[in-house]
Design a protein around this ligand. Structure first.
Ligand code: AMP
Ligand code: TRP
Length: 329
């Protein structure tokens, strides 16, 4: 039997190159080797305020982006989190075994809650518990994510181990899969920050649906480091980031990338990187147009049915082990 992977992204904002390189690209690469579940985590999205109309639209758009990236619905199960109510149910159970202290240590809560816990939603605080439920319901072995999710993954592992110890072997303890290159793409405007959907600086992120002119403009404006050499060097984060993007867009080795820019200036480097990104995104953006809402809904319905069967099995086991019995069945 194949091992399982599970991952997801939130249907908020616009997906950017970081989302693709840190997550989606690896989902596509792993889907042949693993039995795969890719979820549109709309319940996570509402941990911050969302416009209902926009959330509705972004939910289907994200499915479109998954498929255009190369996720094959014949091989992988693609579904919407809210279609499988077991996610919310297991999240409740796990929230009863999670300690406040464990969640207080989560750096994403501190970032997204802007350090003001008094005003933050409780859902934003318990967000990593819902994420653990997503993963553990499917007896997931591997979770391909970007670097920023590593801490959440560790909590998922701790919760699985704790439950197994207290109630007997129930959950597979998941491992993170964080790619060696691309796990943290930085903002073009501020290389100390990660590229993010909600960057205040409009030039910080390259969105997957950006047109060629916008991409060229953003790369032209990208911050660089002092010096002139175009080499991988952790101490020069701006150039390191641009070179990483260039490498992943072209599929060249690190040495080939460096060799390509020996004796060249930053201007040339940025233009060539922009060209590589535009070339890469062109066929992707064509494919996005291929799916009608009807196509997507059919795929998502089939995905939800398959996911639900597995999720229910795990939840029934959990309830049974805990002595949670109802009167209906
Ligand atoms: P999100 O948009 O927060 O739902 O993230 C979806 C996936 O993209 C997660 O696996 C993140 O770890 C990954 N991701 C988000 N931002 C970046 C980034 N700047 N670099 C690499 N991966 C990222
Ligand atoms: N928290 C992830 C993010 O913001 C999204 C997510 C929710 C996820 N549930 C998950 C990722 C389960 C992997 C597995 O990027």
């Amino acid at each position: 039997m194949k091992k399982r992977i599970f991952s997801g992204a939130q249907p908020t904002g616009n997906l950017h190159l970081g989302n693709y390189l840190g997550a989606l690209k690896n989902w596509v690469a792993l889907q042949d080797e693993y039995e795969s579940f890719f979820c549109i985590v709309n319940l996570h999205a509402v941990t911050l305020p969302q416009d209902p109309q926009v959330l509705r639209q972004k939910t289907l758009d994200l499915a479109r982006i998954y498929l255009a990236s190369g996720i094959d619905p014949e091989k992988s199960t693609v579904f919407i989190q809210s279609d499988v109510s077991e996610h919310a149910e297991l999240a409740w159970i796990l929230s009863c075994t999670t300690r406040m202290g464990e969640l207080e240590r989560m750096t994403q809560f501190k970032d997204k809650g802007k350090g003001n816990a008094e005003r933050a939603g409780v859902g934003l605080f318990t967000y990593p518990v819902l994420m653990a439920a997503d993963i553990l319901l499917y007896q997931t072995h591997l979770v391909p994510v970007g670097q920023d999710q590593k801490q959440h993954l560790e909590l998922s592992r701790d919760l699985a181990e704790r439950f197994n110890r207290d109630f007997g072997e129930t959950f597979v303890v998941p491992e993170p899969f964080i790619p060696p290159v691309g796990a943290r793409i930085q903002s073009l405007a501020d290389p100390a920050k990660k590229m993010s959907k909600s960057d205040e600086n409009a030039n910080g992120a390259i969105f997957l649906m950006d047109d060629a002119d916008t991409i060229v403009k953003k790369l032209k404006k990208a911050v660089t480091d002092s010096g002139t050499e175009i080499k991988f060097d952790e101490t020069r984060p701006a150039i390191n980031n641009l070179l990483t993007i260039y490498q992943l867009m072209t599929g060249k080795t690190a040495a080939e990338c460096e060799a390509n820019f020996v004796g060249k200036g930053y201007g040339h480097f940025k233009t060539e990187t922009a060209e590589a990104v535009v070339e890469f995104l062109k066929p992707f953006q064509e494919r996005v147009k291929n799916y009608t809402d009807e196509d997507l809904k059919a795929i998502l319905r089939t995905g939800a049915e398959k996911a639900k069967t597995i999720a229910r099995e795990t939840l029934t086991d959990v309830y049974g082990k805990m002595g949670i019995v109802g009167a209906l069945n």
